[in-house]
Ligand binder design. Structure first.
Ligand code: ADP
Ligand code: MG
Length: 245
């Protein structure tokens, strides 16, 4: 694995997993070999958003990632009911890193994109300390509550000396159907202000778009809908990210 990139957020529900799958696919569609490690132990939603129902195969004590849409994918969510706990705390998080994530045979990858648990608790801290990361993409919405929590997350990565590569403002604006008008549902300018305050680039703004939610629920991420506004927005994030790496 050449570079490990983490996707992080201060608050849950801001679209961290949605950004992880769409950004990873955008990178893969530019010709990069990409894997996703779903490290959100408390909310492993990556399989659902990629339409994965099968279990990873084991081979000689190793685990082989599941391949989907050209990505290699591993998640604790794929092993539910097979001795994999539902509650992860304390020493169990270390165990996940060693006995689960440490056994994945990724093969050759340009990027491994890690969907981290939200916030600054025990699990994200342990994961950041255990998996050497080239940098972090920080996801937030323009809401005050999201922006307030994301500042703490910046603190976590700064303390652990993991560079924050930039900010993605998700659910940024809503396009009024059949018009050129956009509405700011969750506030405006938050992503820009945050990026400025922490001296990192704003990697892009993703619209609040029912098609993005539907695509995620259907296991076929929005970026695959070529030419759509969502696809263009995620593509731009991938391009900006590559330009700062
Ligand atoms: P997190 O991983 O941060 O908890 P998710 O990626 O699961 O957040 O997103 C939470 C919910 O919001 C999901 O139902 C998802 O489909 C939806 N969602 C995420 N981003 C958008 C968006 N830009 N537009 C519309 N719905 C979105
Ligand atoms: Mg998630």
């Amino acid at each position: 694995v050449r570079r490990v990139l983490a996707v992080a957020s201060g608050k849950g529900g801001v679209g961290k997993t949605t950004v992880t799958v769409n950004l990873s696919l955008a990178l893969a569609r530019k010709g990069h070999r990409v894997g996703i490690l779903d490290a959100d132990l408390h909310g492993p939603d990556i399989p659902l958003m990629l339409g994965i129902t099968e279990r990873p195969l084991g081979s000689g004590g190793m685990l082989l990632p599941v391949e989907r849409h050209g990505l290699k994918v591993m998640s604790t969510g794929m092993l539910a009911g097979e001795g994999v706990p539902i509650i992860w705390r304390g020493a169990l998080v270390n165990k996940a890193v060693k006995e689960f994530f440490g056994r994945v045979r990724w093969g050759e990858l340009d990027f491994l994109v890690v969907d981290l648990p939200p916030g600054t608790g025990d699990a994200p801290l342990t994961l950041v300390q255990s998996i050497p990361m080239a940098g972090v993409v920080m996801v937030t919405t323009p809401q005050k509550v999201a922006l307030s929590d994301v500042r703490r997350a910046f603190g976590l990565f700064r303390a652990k000396e993991v560079p924050v590569l930039g900010v993605v403002e998700n659910m940024s604006f809503l396009r009024v159907p059949g018009s050129d008008q956009v509405m700011e549902v969750f506030g405006s300018g938050g992503g820009e202000k945050l990026a400025k305050a922490f001296k990192v680039p704003l990697l892009g703004k993703i619209p609040l778009d029912p098609a993005i939610r539907e695509a995620g629920d259907a296991g076929r991420p929005a970026v695959l809908d070529e030419g759509s506004e969502a696809a263009r927005a995620f593509d731009e994030v991938a391009e900006r990210l590559l330009s700062v790496l």
